[in-house]
Design a protein around this ligand. Structure first.
Ligand SMILES: C[S@@+](CC[C@H](N)C(=O)[O-])C[C@H]1O[C@@H](n2cnc3c(N)ncnc32)[C@H](O)[C@@H]1O
Length: 457
């Protein structure tokens, strides 16, 4: 597999000063990614926006990425993980009749003492922008964030946005509302109608569309001002703290819930807990109840209704030789494939319907039988006869089975999943040699779990 690439871009926090190890290099190291830090560009928000579009276009069309650090390297969109840091848009261009409008962070940045000759801030004194500029600046700023985020999500490029300097918080909306009011009151004629809150261009609706990660990850809050030097570039400690923080965020981002393509439409959460993100089912708990062998060494495994593949991942991590997951939902299969790709695990996933004739299933996953078969929480979704045919055909050694809630639960009568009913059905339909009720999973509701021991065929 190609080595993945951490493409980081933004303002000072990506800056590669002569003294400091950057967070991007630390993070890339932890993730075992290539550090493609594009911070040398001295990126304003405008330039960040343009550069990312330029760079991903080239990756898409030519399969190449250039950064000063890496030179020209081969790259595919799926190998990219992009971290974009936005700066306070008012740092440079919010002026009112030549007066700087916001001194919040400016006061902390004593540029006269900075000793980095690469950056020249003298233009500040030369620029005078009309009062209209705060509105323009914010509209442009939010549009850029929203557009870029949407583009990356659309292209399915993993990404995290954060803000470098501007502590957006729960007061932000109020802040903008006040700001808008302020602007409205002093608004020159030419502005009338421009910032009507009911129009597309108004700031508050735009702000509401700004992605959560941008609102959430404020670097200054995480590394604190003590870890900044006088020029607001982070010191080594600050970089370390931010790389640790981002590493955790990254781990979470890599789980499937945050992915825009996560296919569940009916739930707020994904079904399976994975990678530190909460799902409807607590997989740790389930693995414990199922009392899985520590080692799957040399075993072949089939998971019927594999969902995002968390059981398959576990089987592979425990050493299984071959793991196959099928699910009739292609969205789940797509996510499952992505997760195994990210984890560099060799798992076969197929879109497959258990309700079809066995012959069709064999065309998809082959004739080979599996040592272990998992049929967890699929019982209520499937054609029982076809299911029995598949389990009997494919199970060589053990089938782990989990039913659904029994009795009246989730507003549904699941009484078919009582122990007696399930045992009855197993007895008449499945060719096991022994059966054991291995316990109740209790994470979502009470569900029976069985281990069906087959005759070795
Ligand atoms: C309740 S979830 C259980 C997921 C997983 N087995 C677990 O227990 O964590 C049911 C899964 O079965 C899949 N499924 C439903 N009907 C199916 C069918 N006819 N063939 C294959 N998979 C099916 C669904 O897409 C979903 O991923």
């Amino acid at each position: 597999m190609n080595k993945k690439i951490l493409y980081s871009i933004g303002d000072s926090f990506v800056y590669r000063g002569p003294k400091y190890t950057t967070w991007s290099s630390m993070l890339a190291d932890k993730l075992n990614y290539i550090d493609a830090n594009n911070g040398m560009a001295g990126t304003s928000n405008d330039r960040t926006f343009r550069s990312v579009i330029r760079d991903i276009s080239r990756v898409e069309t030519e399969g190449k990425l250039w950064t000063e650090l890496t030179g020209d390297i081969d790259c595919k969109l799926k190998d990219l993980f992009i971290v974009v840091g936005w700066t306070n848009p008012f740092r440079f261009d919010w002026y009112n009749d030549g007066e700087f409008f916001s001194t919040r962070y400016w006061e902390k940045a004593i540029f006269s003492t900075r000793n980095n000759p690469r950056v020249d801030f003298t233009f500040i004194d030369e620029v005078t922008l009309p009062f209209v500029e705060p509105v323009n600046t914010l509209v442009r700023f939010f549009n850029q964030i929203i557009t870029l985020k949407n583009l990356l999500e659309h292209k399915k490029i993993k990404n995290i946005f954060y803000n470098c300097f501007f502590p957006f918080d729960e007061n932000t909306i109020e802040y903008f509302e006040n700001l808008i009011e302020e602007i409205e009151n002093n608004k020159p004629k030419s502005l009338i109608g421009f910032d009507n809150p009911d129009t597309y261009y108004s700031l508050v609706p735009l702000w509401k569309q700004v992605p959560d990660d941008y609102k959430k990850y404020n670097q200054v809050q995480h590394i604190t001002n003590e870890n900044l030097d006088e020029t607001l570039h982070p010191k080594g400690d600050g970089n370390k703290m931010w790389s640790d923080f981002l590493f955790n965020v990254t781990e979470r981002k890599y789980s499937y819930t945050s992915r825009s393509m996560f296919p569940s439409t009916s739930r707020d959460l994904p079904y399976q807990t994975f990678g530190g993100e909460i799902g409807v089912r607590d997989m740790e708990h389930r693995f414990k109840i199922m009392n899985l062998p520590d080692s799957f060494e040399g075993k072949t495994v089939l998971d019927i209704g594999c969902n995002a593949g968390v059981v398959c991942v576990e089987a592979k991590k425990r050493g299984a030789k071959r793991v196959v997951g099928i699910d009739n939902n292609d969205g789940y299969i797509e996510v499952a494939k992505e997760i195994s790709n990210d984890l560099d695990l060799d798992i076969e996933y197929y879109v497959g319907d258990i309700n079809v004739e066995l012959g069709h299933l064999k065309e998809i996953i082959g004739n080979e039988k599996f040592d272990y078969v998992f049929a967890l929480a699929v019982w209520g979704h499937i054609d029982k006869g076809k299911f029995a045919g598949a389990v009997n055909y494919y199970t060589k050694e053990i089938c782990w089975f989990e039913g659904h809630a029994f009795g009246f639960d989730h507003g549904t009568d699941w009484s078919g999943d009582s122990e007696a009913n399930l045992r009855d059905w197993f007895k008449t339909h499945l060719n096991y040699k022994e059966i054991e009720n291995i316990g109740l999973t209790t994470d979502r509701s009470h569900r029976h779990n069985f281990k069906l021991i087959y005759k070795l065929q």
